[in-house]
Design a binder for this molecule. Structure first.
Ligand code: CU
Ligand code: CU
Length: 485
């Protein structure tokens, strides 16, 4: 068409027409990620002995919760995130000795735009303790690694000692949702202790769609065990990092936004007909997330949060450690839409939340994925058994919700003696050969024997302490996570 027009107008000498008819450059020539236009020479980092005082986080671009503020238009973002050691509650009654950026887990999210400069500073304040709080973790080196930056790690991501401050700046060259984390060895331990957060970088020209709501969902794992030297917080056991489970990639909790079922108790509000944009980051450190929202379909998925990486009509989005995505969806009608890691073993550990049109969703509406958080036994051994039970035994047992493949565990310490339970857990095979009660139970449960769990004597004691605690509760059906699943 254009060609025809040009021929028709051939001879017309005005510059305007010539310009309009000139050959359109092929799209590939215009690269919005042209390295020649990027800032790739940031100034060297500065380390000093001057320490920040006052708040542990500051900056107009920071977001402290799932609900995101609109973009702050300033082209230079001053961001301060100090490192702290603090006790956080990752699940009801599970008070965990964490290391943080900005005194919270996940650390505050930075929201900015391509072309913006981040002017970052961080004091290692791991040597400070909150008033009245005993020090739970020794002060140590920490550092900051921004996946959103293109800088020399040996310069900018250096570890600084307690009391030191590091400052550096960088320009945001690509849009996306980028992880930040501590990069001090053992990195695995620093991330699993809580040292991570997100940088949301919008395209220079903004997103191509308009939405009614924007929320941030960060998935991560905790590897918590009750402290073996009997440390307590407010009378309950202090939970510390379980390095063995950490290296084996066997989390005790997998959560959204730092808290077991946090967004079930406090759903993210929405309304029927709205378009919702979720910024989803999977921190890991070691698990993959299969992010899904029950009841709707992702109209658009922008992998790593960059609209150039677009997919349409997706049911789940698969995110490895430090992968992210923007997912947008329509909320079709009134209801509670369940955000979940569709790897259900992860969901059963707390990676679950709600987008809800209701002020307060009714319990029955959550039934399908009901994993309401629960209380914890005060005894450390029983608490450990509760975590183990909820991650391993729920496939076959409930607590106060009736029979499944195996018996309901509520009341078990009233039905059986401690000696019987000990022998049963130690060797179900042997019991089935010799014990009439065990044989009767096998018959009742369709001849499916309980597999030997390979429990140590200590673990068996812990399980029995946990079962006793269950039987001392006024309503056992209310005390477990996932009991109704
Ligand atoms: Cu660290
Ligand atoms: Cu990294």
């Amino acid at each position: 068409m254009r060609k025809f027009t040009c021929r028709f107008l051939a001879g017309c000498a005005t510059a305007f027409v010539l310009a309009a008819c000139g050959p359109t450059p092929p799209a590939a020539v215009v690269d919005r990620y042209d390295p020649a236009k990027m800032d790739l020479k940031p100034v060297p980092a500065k380390i000093s002995a001057e320490r920040h005082t006052g708040p542990f986080a500051s900056g107009a671009a920071l977001n402290l919760s799932a609900e995101l503020k609109p973009l702050d238009p300033a082209p230079v973002k001053e961001v301060r995130l100090d490192t702290t050691h603090k006790i956080i509650e990752i699940a009801p009654g599970v008070k965990f000795s964490a290391w943080t950026f900005g005194d919270q887990v996940p650390g505050p999210a930075i929201r900015a735009r391509v072309g913006d400069k981040i002017r970052f500073s961080m004091t290692n304040r791991s040597d400070e303790t909150a008033p009245g709080m005993a020090m739970t973790a020794a002060p140590m080196m920490h550092s900051m690694d921004f996946h959103a930056a293109m800088v020399s790690p040996q310069d900018k991501y250096r570890s600084v000692a307690p009391g030191q401050t590091i400052e550096f700046e960088f320009t945001l060259n690509y849009p996306g949702i980028f992880m930040y984390h501590c990069g001090t060895p053992m990195i695995l331990e620093h991330i699993a202790s809580g040292m991570y957060g997100a940088v949301i970088v919008e395209p220079r020209e903004g997103y191509p769609t308009k939405v009614d709501r924007e929320y941030l969902v960060i998935q991560s794992e905790f590897y918590a065990k009750p402290s073996t030297d009997g440390q307590k917080v407010d009378g309950a056991p202090l939970y510390v990092l379980d390095s063995e489970k950490l290296r084996a990639a066997q989390p005790s909790h997998t959560v959204f936004n730092g808290s077991h079922n946090g967004m079930v108790k406090t759903p993210l509000p929405t309304k029927p007909g709205e378009r919702v944009r979720l910024f989803v980051l999977n921190v890991g450190p070691s698990k993959t997330s299969s992010f899904h929202v029950v009841g709707t379909i992702f109209d658009r998925v922008w992998m790593d949060g960059n609209p150039d990486n677009q997919m349409r009509g997706m049911q789940t989005v698969l995110l490895g450690s430090s992968n992210s995505a923007i997912v947008e969806m329509i909320i079709p009608e009134a209801g509670s839409y369940i955000m979940v890691d569709h790897h259900f073993a992860n969901a059963s550990q707390g990676a679950i939340g709600l987008l809800s049109t209701l002020e307060k969703p009714k319990r029955t509406e959550l039934e399908h994925h009901n994993m309401e958080a629960s209380s914890t036994p005060p005894d450390a051994g029983a608490a450990a058994a509760k975590i183990a039970f909820e991650s391993k035994c729920f496939a076959c047992h409930s607590v106060g919700q009736g029979k499944k493949l195996g018996p309901d565990m509520a009341g078990v310490t009233k039905r059986r003696t401690e000696a019987w339970l000990t022998q049963w857990m130690k060797s179900p095979e042997k019991m089935l050969q010799t014990d009439p009660d065990a044989q009767a139970m096998l018959k009742e449960y369709n001849n499916i024997p309980m597999p030997n769990q390979g429990l140590s004597d200590e673990e068996i004691k812990q399980y029995i302490a946990y079962f006793r605690w269950i039987d001392a509760q006024p309503d056992p059906s209310k005390i477990t996570a996932g009991g109704g699943h």
